[in-house]
Design a protein around this ligand. Structure first.
Ligand SMILES: [Zn+2]
Length: 462
């Protein structure tokens, strides 16, 4: 006789987003590891300890682009002296100063605070696009992967799942040597970078909920021949990320250097496919929009950062028409609420088209479904949908007692969450079957906050 594992715990939610529809009510039976044994609207016959949650559960969101240390300067670059110009490139100077200011303990404390805040907003996974490799003098730490190890430790503390992506950063611009203030980022050769990648792989191996990706920072930050070799000689089974076409100046510099636009160069020189995750891709020609979508590449949009930095507006409406794939990231962390990212994706199209129908059908369902599915691919988790038998159960739960949500039909529920909910309507976030944040309070609130406060005091930038 075949016996099934005895459920360790069962959650009962009012609604759960499952197979592109609401399951109501939803019983989720879990084993001791927090993995899903069954999902059903029927009361399970063999259910240990049912926890009744007056809540609406969605899969945890995927944050596919983060530079954690930049959280230390969120909100600090918003004062503009009269008569001076301020743009991405002046912001970048402030960012370099921040990058030069932090030691490994401080980076870990900042990242743990940031990741805890991400979990509070419903993110279950983060890609750390990590280029702060060396010490303040630019000297590699004895443990080359020291800073990456701190990122993984921070994720463990905060209870978020991490994909660590050590970044190959080599140049100061197209054909230009790196500047002194970029010294903490630099791998001089492909061999140096692969050494860093190997060490990062070892770190990730030691943690059950960590994964690895690889990357080049951007076309401007790595020699173009080395970009090709990095991809060709790199691992064949993990995601490849890079920044691309974020700023107009980057397009002009790339055209001057290669006679091609950045995305055009990438499509002409590498076998762009579903393993490619292009961060921003803001400025695209008609051909690039179409070819990128047809290559099945993924674009990682970071709307609040792109807005904050004055990057420009991604051609979402055109891209979606060609079936293009996308997900989101919070990049500089000026905003870390996924619902705000969704709204900006939609509203920036509405503002430039004077139309409301950016997406056909149920826009909110499309946004959540697409982001969580493609975001998982960007993490290196494969393309299985988030709530599947035997997978760890990660969910963000909205408060079904919130007046607006309590009085909304299932048909209108997702739109009410995506377009009208705020973070006060989040009841909590469940990771591996356990509440990590409940009623806005992280289970490790005190220790994470006090380490962050100590780090902020020693950096003295706030
Ligand atoms: Zn970035």
């Amino acid at each position: 006789m075949e016996t099934q594992p005895i459920p360790y715990k069962t959650f009962r939610f009012n609604q759960l987003w499952y197979n592109q529809a609401w399951l109501a009510p939803a019983f989720v039976c879990l084993d001791e590891r927090g993995c899903i044994l069954s999902i059903s609207s029927e009361t399970p016959t063999e259910a240990a300890a049912i926890e009744y949650v007056n809540g609406i559960a969605l899969p945890g969101f995927q944050n596919a682009h983060s530079h954690a240390f930049q959280y230390a300067m969120a909100g600090l670059a918003e004062q503009h002296a009269p008569g001076t110009s301020d743009d991405f490139w002046t912001w970048r100077e402030a960012m370099y100063q921040c990058a030069l200011a932090v030691n490994p303990d401080e980076v870990e404390a900042i990242a743990a605070m940031l990741y805890a805040e991400m979990v509070r907003h419903g993110y279950s996974h983060v890609v750390e696009f990590h280029y702060l490799h060396h010490d303040k003098d630019g000297k590699p730490y004895n443990n080359l992967g020291e800073m990456g190890e701190r990122m993984v430790a921070a994720a463990v503390t905060a209870g978020i799942n991490i994909t660590l992506i050590p970044v190959f950063y080599q140049k100061g611009g197209f054909g230009a040597e790196p500047q002194a203030r970029q010294r903490r980022f630099i791998s001089r050769t492909i061999e140096d970078y692969f050494h860093l990648l190997d060490d990062s792989a070892e770190i990730v191996k030691q943690h059950q909920h960590a994964k690895l990706g690889f990357s080049v920072h951007s076309l401007r930050a790595v020699d173009l021949e080395d970009i090709k070799s990095t991809y060709q000689q790199g691992p064949k089974n993990i995601p490849f990320h890079l920044h691309i076409a974020e700023q107009k100046k980057e397009i002009e510099d790339c055209l001057a250097y290669t006679q091609q636009r950045p995305v055009e160069w990438l499509l002409n020189n590498l076998p762009v496919n579903e393993r490619f995750h292009l961060v921003h891709a803001t400025h695209l020609s008609d051909e690039e929009v179409k070819n990128l979508a047809q290559a099945k590449a993924d674009v990682v949009l970071c709307p609040s950062t792109e807005g904050n930095l004055g990057d420009g507006i991604f051609r979402m409406k055109d891209y979606v028409r060609y079936g293009g794939k996308w997900c989101i990231g919070t990049d500089s962390h000026i905003g870390i609420n996924p619902l705000e990212e969704f709204r900006m994706i939609d509203y920036r199209q509405r503002l430039i088209t004077n139309q409301r129908n950016t997406f056909e059908g149920n826009a909110a369902a499309y946004l959540v479904q697409t982001e969580t599915t493609n975001g998982r691919v960007a993490m290196g988790l494969g393309d299985a949908s988030p709530f599947e038998i035997d997978q760890a159960f990660h969910a963000v739960v909205y408060n079904a007692a919130s007046p607006l949500l309590a009085n909304t039909s299932n048909e209108k529920l997702m739109a009410s969450i995506v377009y009208a909910a705020d973070s006060a309507m989040v009841l909590g976030t469940i990771m591996h079957g356990r509440w990590i944040v409940k009623e806005n309070r992280h289970v490790r609130n005190e220790v994470i906050q006090s380490a962050f406060a100590k780090a902020m005091q020693s950096i003295k930038n706030r």
